[in-house]
Structures are given as C-alpha cells and as structure tokens.
Design a protein around this ligand. Structure first.
Ligand code: PA5
Length: 439
C-alpha cells in the first residue's frame, strides 16, 4: 500500500505547456517559505505540525478526557475556519450513523455556523435535561453567528446545571489577549486555548480549534498531527504538482474546479476544502471557483452538467484506497435485477469501477481530470491531506497573484446586516441602506 497522498495529472494536462508554470510554482513556494509574500504575518500554519509538542497534545487530551467524563453532549460553537476543520475530521472518522447509535463518550454537536432559529431550537431540545459541555471557538471573539449561539447555550447550561458546572465545562478557544470572548473567559474562569495570531481561521485545524473537538470525539490527534508532519517534511512534490496543474487549467479557461469524492465520509472534507480555496483565492476579481460533488449520488443530478454543460470546469477526484469494512454483494437465484454478474464482489470494487468510468467519461466530455489519492481514511492520512491542501493553497494563491491569507470580501455582508439590525455605530450605514431599499 502506498503510504502517502499522491497527485496524478495524467488526464489533466494534455497539451498544456507547464514549463513556465513549474518555474512560477517554485518561485511561489520560495516566496511562501521565505515569508516574503503578501499576508506573511499569517504563516504560522507552515511549520505548525512539526512544532506541536507532547505537552500541548497531553493538555488537549486531558481537557478532552474531562469533557468526555462529565458530559453526554459537547456543543461545539464556531463558524468558517472555527468550525469546518473539526467538523470535517470528525465526520470523516465517525460511524455514518453515530447519531443513532450508542457510542462511547459524548456526542459532539455543532452550533453557531448558521443563524437558523429552528436549528438552534432543535439542538436546545436535544440537550435539555442532559449534562452538556461547550467548546466555543472564535478568534476575533466578536462573530455574530457563534456569539448568538454561545449566549443561548451558556445561559441554558448555567440555568440547567448551575454556574459552577458551566464554568468547569465551558472551554473557550480564542485570541491570547484580545476580544470579547477572551475577556469573558478570563472573567468566568473558563479553561482556554489560544488560536495563534499568525494562523488564520481556515488554516487552523491543527491548532486547538480542530484538535480539541477531534479529541473530544474520541479520535487520535497524535496520529493526525504525525500525518501532517509527514507532508510538511516530504510533501512538496505533490504540492507543486497540484498547484501547477490547477493554475495551468485555470489559465486555459477552466475557471471552476469541481472536487469530487466517491466516499460519503469525505463530504465535509470537501466543504473544508471549498472554504480554504474559496476564501484564499477568490479576490481581485480572480480565482478558481471551488465547487464540489458527492459521487455516485450526484452523478444522478450534476452528472449531466459535468458531462455536457459549459466547458469551463475541471474535475479533481479525491480517491480513497481502502475502505474500513467489507460488504459482499450476494448472489440471487432469480437474478431479476440482473446483478448476478457482480455477485461475490465487494461494494467498493463497484464504486472503484464507477470512479474510473466517470473519470474517463468526463475526460472524453472535455473535462480535464486530476486525481488525488489517499491510501485510506484514517487520522494519519487525513493529517497528510490537510497539510497538503494548505500548502498547495499557499503556493497556488501566490501563483495566481493574490494574497491567499486575507479575506476582505467577507466583511461586506456583515456591514449590511449590522446596518439593518441597527447596531450602534452603524447609523450612517442604516440610513444609506434604507434609502437604497426605498428607491
Ligand atoms: O477563515 C477565516 O478567517 C474565517 O472563516 C473565520 O474563521 C470565521 O469567520 C470565524 O471567525 P472567528 O473565529 O473570528 O469567529
């Protein structure tokens, strides 16, 4: 078995001139590694895996053990980079039906990644009468969505279990010094972990932001970090190949990258990837649009568009080697469904043929195909995948000519929302927006 993430460009770069891009990719990598590019005050993730020591991991494991012992549920509150990293790793490693099964330890649930009133109501309903803990994650400490959710669940927990239980079982992950959450955590005596100044939200999964919830869910954060270290130390060839291929395709008019997976447990990995690449590259009116599909499910919906629609896309397939379990297709005497020709095969064999058949069909249909292979879905290879995507994002963003580490565009909706909510300090914006709506 191969023991690392691999990038295969065989069906992606046919007739593309990549020599110049190779030089650009090497220059971008040098810029990244020397810290001489735009956004260089946000490069703390670059050598993060190898800098995590045993003491840090032990502290996280101890906090996780405490929450696991004390709580039936742990509500994890955060949005964007303060949510997707933990969510995607936990989903990738969990039993698909964990929510309906009795599993060891608390169930980790998420809030604050939307403003859905019914979502919050249903979650409150679920934890009512149960011992629950809270991990509240916000680097700025002022983000509206997690702010609302935290206010609600903190109030509920204090009323339900008392202030002392709440103070012991609320953990805040935030800035070392600044922000409302830091002040509140210090005042209430919560246990806290720090999001380093030089690590942006979408690059923070290997900080306590991701590691604590993942440990609370019962997964091996040491193996996750070890996998990331492997890629940090020996992943540049794969990083460069991916960055070169996607930039070559973008420059040839392929403006949309569709990341496809054939493994249901990777759904949220792809959601995390969309944030990483969308927020990093979509600026200055440039950038590949990151889209995603879950196959074979979406072959029965989006498959038509991909095969025959506008030819502005390329496809990257995230392919998994081994499944964790085997399910054999049974033989049937009557064979009314005509499936006896695959009787005795395991389900993943069929899935792999669907994957190969899909790739070939899409290439024939004018959709270049990149392949990223991971040997299996476990902590080690997920750690590799995370670091691989992060570094390739940095290199790719510099090749594109943008600052991959800021996100000025996400402020626009907030300004309008605050104006519409008549937040103090936004009076002028409120007047302007009302005028616009009335015209
Ligand atoms: O990647 C990012 O920077 C964003 O997605 C943030 O993580 C997100 O907006 C949440 O911000 P905060 O952690 O400050 O609440």
């Amino acid at each position: 078995m191969n023991d690392k993430i691999q990038v295969i460009t065989k069906f992606a770069l046919q007739g593309h001139e990549t020599q110049a891009l190779q030089d650009q990719a090497l220059a971008a990598k040098r810029t990244l590694e020397s810290g001489s590019g735009a956004g260089n005050d946000f490069l703390g993730w670059l050598h993060l895996p190898s800098s995590i020591d045993d003491q840090q991991l032990s502290a996280l494991e101890a906090t996780a053990a405490q929450l696991r012992n004390q709580c039936e549920y742990v509500v994890c509150i955060g949005i964007g980079g303060s949510y997707l990293g933990a969510k995607c790793i936990i989903e990738a490693l969990s039993d698909h039906f964990a929510a309906y099964k009795a599993v060891a330890g608390p169930k980790v649930l998420f809030a604050g990644s939307n403003i859905g009133e019914d979502y919050l109501y249903d979650l409150m309903d679920l934890v009512r009468g149960h011992k629950f803990g809270i991990i509240v994650i916000s680097k700025s400490g002022t983000t509206t969505e997690p702010g609302i959710a935290f206010r609600i669940f903190k109030d509920m927990l204090e009323k339900q279990q008392g202030k002392e239980f709440a103070a012991r079982n609320i953990v805040a992950i935030t800035d070392a010094r600044r922000g409302a959450l830091r002040s509140l955590a210090d005042k209430e005596g919560y246990q806290t972990y720090v999001i380093p100044d030089n690590v942006g939200g979408r690059f923070s999964v290997l900080t306590p932001v991701g590691l604590l919830p993942i440990a609370v869910a019962g997964f091996d954060i040491r193996a996750l970090v070890a996998g990331a270290v492997e890629m940090e130390q020996d992943g540049d060839e794969q990083v460069l190949q991916y960055a070169i291929a996607r930039n070559a395709l973008y420059r040839s008019g392929k403006k949309i990258e569709v990341l496809a997976n054939f493994t249901p447990r990777l759904h949220f990995i792809v959601e995390w990837w969309k944030q990483l690449y969308g927020e990093s590259e979509g600026k200055d009116h440039k950038g590949i649009f990151p889209a995603s599909v879950d196959f074979t499910t979406d072959l029965h919906s989006m498959g038509q568009w991909i095969q025959d629609g506008e030819r502005t896309i390329f496809e990257t397939v995230l392919s998994v080697g081994d499944q964790q379990h085997e399910v054999i297709i049974p033989s049937d005497e009557q064979d009314l469904d005509g499936l006896n020709y695959i009787a005795g095969k395991n389900v993943d064999y069929v899935n792999k043929m669907a994957e190969l058949g899909t790739r070939l069909a899409h290439v024939d249909g004018g959709v270049p195909n990149l392949l990223i292979t991971m040997p299996a879905v476990n902590e080690r290879f997920l750690g590799q995948l995370i670091y691989f995507f992060e570094k390739a994002c940095g290199v790719s963003g510099y090749m594109l000519g943008v600052n991959p580490f800021d996100q000025p565009g996400v402020e626009a909706y907030k300004r309008n929302m605050f104006a519409l909510l008549e937040k103090p300090g936004y009076e002028e914006a409120t007047r302007a927006i009302k005028e616009k709506l009335n015209n």
